[in-house]
Design a protein. Sequence first.
Lengths: 73, 402
Amino acid sequence: MVHHRISAVLSLALFFSVTCVGVVSAQSRGGGTGFQIGQQFPEVALPSLESGQPASLVGFRGKKTLLHVFASW
Amino acid sequence: MHVPVWHDATKDLQAAGKLQMVGVIQEQHPDRARLFMQWKNMEWPILVDSYNLLGVPVVPITLAIDEHGVIRQINPPRGDVELLERTFLSQDFDPPDPPGSVGPETPNLDALRPASGSENVDVWMAYAYALAVWGGGERRDEAMGAYTTAVRLNADDAMARFRLGVAYRMRYDSDARQEGDFNRAVQHWSDALEINPNQYIFRRRIQQYGPRLDKPYSFYDWVNTARAELEAEGETPSPLAIEPRGAEFAQPTRDFSASTAPEEDPDPRGRVLRDEGPFIGIEVVAVPPVIDPGATARFHVVFRPVEENLSHWNNEAEELGLWIDPPRGWEVERHYLTLPLPPQATSQETRILEVEVRAPERRGSGVTTIPAYALYYVCEDVDGLCMYRRQDLELQVSVRGG
């Protein structure tokens, strides 16, 4: 079980490193955003702004979504 | 602004349940985004990614994601709802093969901890990620330890350096602050940007606190407008844990305006007694810490009454002052800075003065030390002895080879 968890988190880390390294190759399709069309959105958990508790973006599946990665500045 | 345009354009679709909006905030101080959302009447879920765990190189990014979690469009034309409906919302998309997982489980953080001798960078980064997301502020130091190990194992890992800088700045803004935290944050961000100069998230994090010549825009000038407009509508603006200040409000400029008016050294012979407590601790942070010849740096000079000495500011006298005496060839926007006093007789707040300096166009590389001193009135305790004291300090910045 522990190995599964390590694998899950490690695969996330590897995803991130591949994402970063893959920025140049993705430019033709993702405009240098690090994302690619047809790619499953990273199954990443991040803290919710409201609760502070980790929330997975998988939880938003089931509806068409516009996801904005942004800053208020 | 990018996101409010999308929000306004898709209000009807959101209300009809045809489209949901989700945000991921790439900010050091995410509660500012809460105020921004309140101001713009955007009530949708926001996730916080101060560490840039997504690894994005730039913001804003808008992704059209189908009901199966697959990215179908990247940065669709802003606010073009007709196009979005035709090319995305009205489409039926097949689920991916294989299907996506149910998402990451809550990890057992202790079980994830790598063996102390592990030299696998990915394992340390994964552990740091888990601590950053699930460990909260209580385990931030462990996340910093994991990122520090990752940086030691791979000095060229720009993302590990950036995230370590984020953690240092988070600790600086917390009650667990340690001396040098902000300096280390800026140093790690600068190192990260040196390794990957194309990473605009790294660049913006430095520019947020940096000099006006290097700013693309004011980062938080909208905050006061937002508060005023919300209050005018009878709303209470969402509170901010850390108030934006100085560099974060500053507007960009093309010209460095050095002080030309004569300014008088308030203690030319050094006769004011030194603060030997010291009753006031002073921390100096240069942003960025390394500059090119002819470029500018912004110094943050932070003054904190020393708690163990029960120090208090005495506000019934003159303002806190900072005199800066740059070496020949260096320019300073003002030689003497002061900070207005609060209304109460004594106080213990942290005070910050910010000043920009410009390096000479022609100069050999190396560290330059700019002499400065602060003058202030401080009391030993609320009802204790009050004194007028001077404290000498050094503003240091490195200049690259010219």
